[in-house]
Design a protein. Structure first.
Length: 192
């Protein structure tokens, strides 16, 4: 993908730190995201994530669904009872910023892929465009094209590897529960 005038303008977009996305969205995560967060925080994987049902979220990606003994679920970052991200601090900052998921690192932008799964374009995130959240992103210094593309390609690699692991899990004859799946991914779970 080439750096065009449109892309240069989009690279100036940055998070307005309104925390709307930290409060209102389901945040799908990969095993690499969970591992980073677990290593950074010391919190076991089963406390970091929840396996959400179709009734919990609006997600149309069939490849991201994990088949468990009690039905299909999508792996997402856990939330507090009030709906806030577990890492949203009382001062409205991310307490796990250095280890935040790749989706958070790219936001407020998103990547569009072509039929060959190559990055074809960059645009403002769908949740902003469809007004799913009252986002206050702004045009400011933003990030460099090179930095963004490095993050986007890393996110793509991590997601592709995660999807392969889901496919492997889903073809197993014996389905397990959340902790079985997390252990299958090589993640540490708590003893309780």
């Amino acid at each position: 993908m080439k750096e065009t005038k449109k892309i240069i303008k989009l690279m100036k977009s940055e998070c307005g730190q309104c925390t709307a996305c930290c409060r209102e969205l389901f945040l799908e995560v990969t095993d690499a995201d969970i591992l980073r967060l677990a290593e950074h925080t010391g919190i076991p994987a089963d406390k970091l994530v929840k396996l959400y049902s179709r009734a919990d979220i609006d997600c149309d990606e069939e490849s991201d669904w994990v088949s468990l003994s009690y039905g299909k679920r999508a792996l997402g970052l856990n939330k507090r009872r009030n709906g806030d991200c577990i890492f949203l601090s009382s001062s409205n900052t991310c307490s796990a910023y250095e280890a935040r998921p790749m989706t958070c690192r790219i936001f407020p932008l998103s990547v569009v892929y072509d039929d060959d799964d190559e990055i074809a374009d960059v645009e403002i995130s769908d949740v902003i465009l469809d007004k799913s959240v009252p986002c206050k992103h702004r045009c400011a210094r933003g990030t460099s094209f090179r930095t963004f593309m490095t993050r986007a390609k890393k996110a793509q690699r991590e997601n592709d590897r995660y999807i392969e692991k889901i496919d492997s899990w889903n073809t197993r004859k014996t389905k397990g529960n959340k902790n079985d799946f997390l252990a299958f991914l090589g993640l540490r779970v708590s003893n309780t």
